[in-house]
Design a protein around this ligand. Structure first.
Ligand code: PEP
Ligand code: MN
Length: 338
């Protein structure tokens, strides 16, 4: 349930409402929009107390959020959320944000080489896995802490924010010391303990959609994070499982307008995992931007044939450069920037 507050409410009336919400056992979530301030009542069966709040001074009207996701819903917050990653990067505004880099950090030399190139070509953030969720336990699992140290060095030297995956609850504390965005991988989208843990920190969270997760389930996962107080959630469509086996996954571009209508959170797209075939990544990246994505996350490798993970879907730096050139033209047509 949400309370829409009158514009001329006094501070005393406002405090009174907040105290009443707490007294009844709910958590108030205040959202000050450009046009309206609204207070969300988080907790079970808030509707029972509707009449009490209707009678309070300063309450303009009350509306019930029908959807199971509350904080993540458009009903709760009408305007788009802009997630600030660091001083320079904002995701969810007019500007399309491009995150690029290798699937995994493999060595100091590898991450520096790729980072320099993607930054030069216009990437806003660097990606690179330190802990890799691999299908086989016998394949490269990531360099772990060593990779995080390299990422820290790259970040400092090149002045570029970094995105890296957190695989379990125990890693959260360490990762927040190194990265600007915590990535929750597709396989962990319903690891509720992990979602709650990243909800307790302030670092933005890039929440990938699971390969068999409906849009509603995915938004419920975002709700888990937000329910703990971290509202800096970026949703990432990365392809779903369908009957089609010509591509690695099926990139669900439908999800972009659907999620944007249901939620105020920014939505980015990962065409690399979505299609899984290097030469088709750029066209799907462009399609995603035209379909309304707020950003992209793309795997780039200077020697993809030697990559320790996801080489076949990693584009060459030259392809990334070309894609950025084309995106600069596309954003002009659709009224965005890059
Ligand atoms: C990745 O980004 O390298 C990755 C493992 O992604 P996903 O969780 O979407 O499979
Ligand atoms: Mn990958």
């Amino acid at each position: 349930m949400i309370l829409v507050i009158k514009n001329d409410i006094t501070p005393e009336q406002f405090d009174h409402i907040i105290n009443k919400i707490r007294e009844l056992g709910f958590t108030p979530h205040i959202s000050r929009g450009v046009k309206k301030t609204i207070i969300g009542l988080i907790g079970e069966q808030a509707e029972k107390y509707k009449e009490i709040f209707e009678a309070m001074e300063g309450v303009e009207h009350i509306s019930e959020i029908e959807k199971p996701f509350k904080l993540a819903s458009r009903e709760f917050k009408e305007e788009n959320t802009v997630v600030k990653v660091n001083e320079e990067v904002e995701i969810g505004g007019k500007k399309i944000v491009v995150i690029a880099g290798p699937c995994a950090v493999e060595s100091r030399e590898q991450i520096f080489t790729i980072a320099k190139l993607v930054k030069e070509y216009g990437a806003h953030l660097l990606r690179g896995g330190a802990f890799k969720p691999r299908t086989s336990p016998y394949t490269f699992q990531g360099l772990g802490k060593e990779a995080l140290e390299y990422l820290k060095e790259v970040k400092r030297t090149l002045n570029i924010g970094v995105v890296s995956e957190v695989m379990n609850v125990q890693q959260v504390e360490m990762l927040v010391e190194y990265v600007d965005v915590l990535q929750i991988g597709a396989r962990n989208v319903q690891n509720f303990d992990l979602l709650k843990e990243v909800g307790k920190v302030k670092t933005p969270v890039l929440l990938k959609r699971g390969m068999a997760t409906t849009i509603k389930e995915w938004l419920m996962s975002a709700e888990y994070i937000m329910s703990q107080g971290n509202y800096n959630v970026i949703l990432c469509e990365r392809g779903i499982r369908t009957f089609e086996d010509s591509t690695r996954f099926t990139l669900d571009l439908n999800a972009i307008p659907v999620v944007k209508s249901l939620s105020h959170l920014p939505v980015i797209v990962d065409p690399s995992h979505g299609i899984g075939i290097r030469n088709f990544v750029p066209i799907m990246a462009k399609a995603a931007v035209v379909a309304g994505a707020d950003g992209l996350i793309i795997e780039v490798h200077h020697k993809p044939e030697e990559a320790m993970s996801d080489g076949p879907q990693s584009i060459y730096p030259s392809q990334f450069n070309q894609l950025m050139i084309e995106l600069r033209k596309i954003v002009d047509v659709i009224g965005r920037e890059i």
